[in-house]
Design a protein around this ligand. Structure first.
Ligand SMILES: Nc1nc2c(c(=O)[nH]1)N[C@H]1C(S)=C(S)[C@@H](COP(=O)(O)O)O[C@H]1N2
Ligand SMILES: [Mo]
Length: 263
């Protein structure tokens, strides 16, 4: 078989996609022998057989990889448990200082003005109106200490507080049979998530970091914190959200990162 070298692509890590597919396929198979075989033997070439894409040049490789990535989304959606909780930690384990990350440097952090701020809510919801921070702070607040995992190869434990997103979705009369919730951020970042994750009990519309109002670098005025998802799925500086059945991708997802992005 031809050996395929992972092509250089913006944001797409072919080896990571293959590794992920291999693990996910293995999880789906219940026979240990087949699972072990697949884990050892599945390659990018082997995946081309599964996807039916010939991977003879870069654009074909891209097509095969994105097909595999869609497959990975499906499998992750199937095995996602709405009740299984991500690990939580004692406050003594919080990483200090907590790392900053964005698609730009820390000197370019967006400063959102609280006075003029409103969270815009649109799409498949009964109550399509905007929310002030004061209104959000008046809802029941919850704290959690969880691990944030970034695909760039670091993880850190932090403490976030805010409104359970499931409570907020119920409050606005969201159609929870819809497939997605999408987010637009003050810095041009955007992402979207699956409804089961939106309703997960640890998914938090986050207003505070370590007991203080969320500082600008961690996403003031608000971020969505999901300990069940990788860092890039957690949008900071959210200014608008919408409930929809239309796939709307994300900033990194549209450059090849896996959309489901489970951690
Ligand atoms: N609005 C916005 N949200 C974002 C990003 C960004 O660039 N802009 N980067 C993502 C990535 S890749 C990571 S790892 C985390 C970093 O969050 P932190 O600064 O709180 O560590 O934010 C995520 N959410
Ligand atoms: Mo990240």
């Amino acid at each position: 078989m031809r050996i395929f070298k992972a092509p250089k692509m913006t944001g797409v890590d072919a080896d990571a996609v293959v590794r992920e597919a291999r693990t996910l396929i293995a999880k789906q198979l219940d026979q240990p022998a087949r699972r072990a075989f697949l884990q050892r033997s599945l390659t990018l070439g082997g995946l081309s057989l599964l996807t039916g894409c010939s991977i003879s040049d870069d654009s074909h490789v891209e097509a095969a990889l994105s097909k595999i990535s869609r497959f990975n989304d499906k499998v992750q959606g199937l095995i996602f448990s709405p009740t299984q909780l991500a690990e939580t930690y004692p406050e003594s384990m919080i990483t200090r200082p907590f790392p900053f990350n964005a698609y730009y440097g820390e000197d370019e952090v967006r400063e959102v003005d609280e006075a003029g701020y409103k969270l815009e809510v649109t799409g498949m919801v009964a109550d399509r109106r905007s929310w002030t921070l004061a209104e959000l702070r008046a809802m029941p607040q919850h704290d959690q200490v969880t691990r944030h995992i970034c695909v760039e190869g670091w993880s850190a434990i932090g403490k976030w507080g805010g409104v359970r997103f499931a409570d907020f979705l119920r409050r606005i009369g969201a159609d929870t049979t819809a497939r997605y919730v999408g987010f637009k951020c003050a810095d041009d970042y955007y992402t979207s998530i699956d409804m089961p994750t939106a309703l997960h009990p640890q998914t938090l519309l986050t207003l505070s970091y370590d007991g203080q109002p969320l500082p600008p670098k961690y996403g003031f005025p608000m971020k969505l914190r999901m300990p069940t998802k990788l860092g890039y799925k957690n949008p900071k500086h959210i200014k608008a959200m919408f409930v929809t059945n239309t796939y709307s991708g994300g900033y990194w997802e549209d450059q090849g990162y896996n959309w489901f992005g489970g951690s």
